[in-house]
Design a protein around this ligand. Sequence first.
Ligand SMILES: C[S@@+](CC[C@H](N)C(=O)[O-])C[C@H]1O[C@@H](n2cnc3c(N)ncnc32)[C@H](O)[C@@H]1O
Length: 231
Amino acid sequence: MRHGRFDAVRGAKGKWSWQSPPPDSWECAYRGDTQWKVRCHTGPYKHVGIFPEQQGHWHFLEKNLSPGDKYLNLFAYTGAASLAAAAKGADVYHVEASSSVVNRAARNAKISGIDTIRWVRDDAVKFAERELRRGRKYDGISMDPPAFGRSEGGKIWRPEDKLAGLVRTAAELLNPEGFLVLNTYSPAVTLDDMVKLCEKSGLKCTDAGMLGVHTADGRRLNLSNYTVGRR
Ligand SMILES: C[S@@+](CC[C@H](N)C(=O)[O-])C[C@H]1O[C@@H](n2cnc3c(N)ncnc32)[C@H](O)[C@@H]1O
């Protein structure tokens, strides 16, 4: 049964209509190997604060990170992957260009009882390049670059322009045995492109596929391509 519907009106902005309206905001609790919470709300954009199809990604982090590992979450949004990694005991760097979105992520950490995440309000490409110059290394990196984005300074992000360079930088930031989880909702980047990007950066592609959800009537909705690359 459909409870609500979002119709785009202008660009990414649009309108919600409801059979029975949800509260102004609500808590979504994740209970897997790790446990944490995200506060959701609807607004003029279709995103509510969590992407349920990322569940496979959270499971991967739970299995592949150990306490004390260094984990970098680029384009980190409201922090679901950061929360899973921090709850596993990893040392998490959460990088997001929008200050208001970082504030939402910090509130999610607070309601989850997590106070170990380092919040970085910055452009993902600039931060990753700076980390490389500083000689930093990570045991795991996730990145979910948007189809189109704007960093605080107004610089425009398009994955087709910058993704190859960013994957190369991420590959160099990884410790031996480290992993990169790359996913994107951008229609401009195919699964084949993503596998090639990983391989050209010297990573071995160990998994690739689609992140999706199951509908109440048993269908599978695939929403985003992903690849996992390892050093
Ligand atoms: C698709 S969302 C990521 C969702 C995330 N994977 C999750 O499951 O919660 C992309 C995020 O990238 C941010 N963003 C866009 N351009 C950016 C940039 N140049 N640097 C850092 N973050 C950026 C957006 O503000 C947005 O929060």
